[in-house]
Design a protein around this ligand. Structure first.
Ligand code: MG
Length: 373
């Protein structure tokens, strides 16, 4: 089998509010085509036009090439070698950031092809499935008021979710008492049985974070996410050592070396690679092994369409410790309708599809509607 084309499809809502931290307003889908008629689908979480250029760019020289040029004519089954070929072929402008993001979507599409060609789920091709159902937490952007958040929490617990996360918006940006009141209110709304997580969107410093971690622990917060800027590794280390609260981070990182630093120097507890950004399923598996060896949990970050949800579910099930994924509840039509057959959700759990590859198909009419040339 040979790769014949790598298409980057930029989808965007007609109106977007770029001041919001909402990645479901646009996306970049990758479709890898082969000479045997099997296509693979992947998704990239980046600035879509930048990542599209990384794929489409004509080659400049031996270590400054566009990714499509490096892949056409190659066998998609040689996924590890192709990952390295892309990494080395784009070394001059890559090693992290947009090149790794673009590689991530392509890598997901290659595993989709491998699964489809074998007639088996991608997770089996990645090494096997520890479970068929994975807890999916409702991931919500924090509204302006605590009362609105309480209402949303009530709704999602009513829909069967066992875990819920609020992030960004006013969290960490109003006052200490706002954050404490938010957590106190949410805990009283969702009860003791369900997990509550808070994503601070990296606006605290380490001393404030240590004080707040103590407050959050009183209300049984499961984890606090990105309390500090991503480069404050010594801060993460101090916070982890000072607090019993689980500290989660990793969505900003690309490539296993960055995750090694986060684990080794930052000492974080919950590792959150985004498969559309960290280097795809191939690199994600290496990151998962690193975390497993240190007895740390991996919960993939995902705030895009049903493609990334499917990739995250396949990924999580291949890990002994992978029993939870992020499930964006954004109302964006991209998040809700790009995949024609999204993974089924019931009583707080997402079920792995039985179909080959990722087990999903695009709704071509939705793709066409939001496609930007
Ligand atoms: Mg986050």
């Amino acid at each position: 089998m040979k790769i014949t084309d790598v298409e980057a499809l930029y989808l965007k809502l007609p109106e977007i509010d770029a001041s919001r931290c909402d990645g479901t307003q646009d996306t970049l889908i990758v479709r890898v085509r082969t000479d045997e008629g099997i296509d693979g689908i992947g998704e990239i979480d980046s600035v879509p036009v930048v990542a599209r250029s990384v794929i489409d760019a004509p080659p400049s020289h031996a270590i400054a090439a566009g990714l499509k040029d490096l892949l056409v004519g190659e066998d998609p089954f040689e996924v590890e070698r192709l990952w390295d070929k892309m990494y080395m072929g784009a070394l001059y402008y890559g090693r992290t950031g947009p090149v790794l993001h673009a590689m991530s979507g392509i890598d997901i599409a290659l595993w989709d092809i491998i699964g489809k060609a074998a007639g088996r789920p991608a997770a089996q091709m990645l090494g096997g499935m520890y479970r068929k159902e994975i807890k999916a937490y409702a991931s919500l952007l924090m509204p302006d008021t605590i009362a609105e958040a309480a209402k949303l929490a009530e709704t999602y617990i009513g829909l069967g979710y066992k875990a819920i996360k609020f992030g960004w918006g006013p969290i960490g940006r109003v006052s200490k008492s706002f954050d404490i009141e938010l957590v106190r209110t949410l805990r009283s709304v969702i009860g003791e049985k369900h997990d509550l997580m808070i994503d601070v969107g990296h606006v605290w410093d380490v001393k404030h974070a240590i004080r707040m971690a103590g407050e959050f622990e009183r209300y049984g917060v499961y984890w606090v996410e990105e309390p500090l800027p991503p480069d404050d590794l010594s801060g993460y280390r101090q916070l982890s050592e000072a607090s019993g609260l689980y500290i989660a981070a990793g969505e900003q990182e690309s490539g296993r070396r960055a995750f090694d630093r986060l684990l080794r120097e930052g000492g974080i507890d919950i590792v959150q690679p985004d498969l559309g950004r960290c280097g795809g399923l191939t690199e994600g598996r290496k990151i998962a092994c690193m975390a497993y060896d240190r007895n740390r949990k991996v919960v993939p970050h995902a705030f895009k369409t049903g493609i990334l949800v499917a990739a995250s579910a396949h990924y999580a099930t291949t890990m002994p410790q992978g029993d939870l994924i992020e499930y964006t509840r954004s109302e964006s039509p991209l998040a809700r309708h790009v995949v024609a057959n999204p993974l089924s959700f019931k009583d707080g759990y997402i079920r792995l599809p039985d179909g080959p590859g990722l087990g999903i198909e695009l709704d071509e009419s939705v793709v066409k509607k939001y496609l930007v040339k």
